[in-house]
Ligand binder design. Structure first.
Ligand code: ZN
Ligand code: ZN
Length: 163
């Protein structure tokens, strides 16, 4: 298997490519209908959850900073089983779509909603600049709810709708 960093870089080039939307459409057209339906339902569920959490934001892979996109792609790669990683005992995977949770302070882990507590306590410092006085932001990308502690100064680059 290629080096993890190389795989993330390759995924990143695809994710920001102008044809990415068309590729997703083709993959959806080729995928079994029940999987597409389950994935849509899981994405809608994740979106609903992120709406219910204060200080959260729905993002696409294109409109987040590169450092965060690499982390989102890593978590999605673990979920899709294209990257090695760790999971809760329910072993969430894109073969059985459902909302999943990952966190910047637990790299390589992807767990189901019920098992989110096993990700442990968040960092008390900003994921990006290391400052303290952080709040955990929840970023939704498809089925993924990704938790990132960020300081007030870094918050706008993570949260599109941050005030
Ligand atoms: Zn679980
Ligand atoms: Zn910061």
């Amino acid at each position: 298997m290629a080096d993890r960093t190389e795989m993330i870089a390759a995924a990143d080039r695809i994710a920001v490519h102008p044809s990415f939307g068309a590729l997703v459409d083709q993959l959806r057209a080729a995928a079994p209908v029940h999987l597409v339906d389950q994935d849509d339902a899981a994405t809608a569920h994740a979106a609903h959850l992120v709406d219910a959490v204060g200080g959260s934001s729905k993002r696409t892979l294109v409109n987040v900073p590169a450092w965060l996109r690499a982390e989102l792609l890593d978590a999605l790669g673990v979920y899709a089983r294209t990257l090695p990683g760790r999971a809760c005992r329910h072993a969430p995977t894109s073969a059985r779509p459902g909302p999943v949770v990952a966190a910047t302070w637990r790299p390589g882990w992807v767990v189901c909603l019920d098992c989110a507590p096993i990700l442990g306590d968040p960092w008390q410092v900003c994921s990006w600049c290391g400052a303290d006085g952080v709040q955990v932001a929840t970023v939704q990308a498809g089925v993924l709810l990704y938790q990132v502690p960020v300081c007030r100064a870094c918050r706008p680059q993570v949260m599109a709708d941050a005030g």
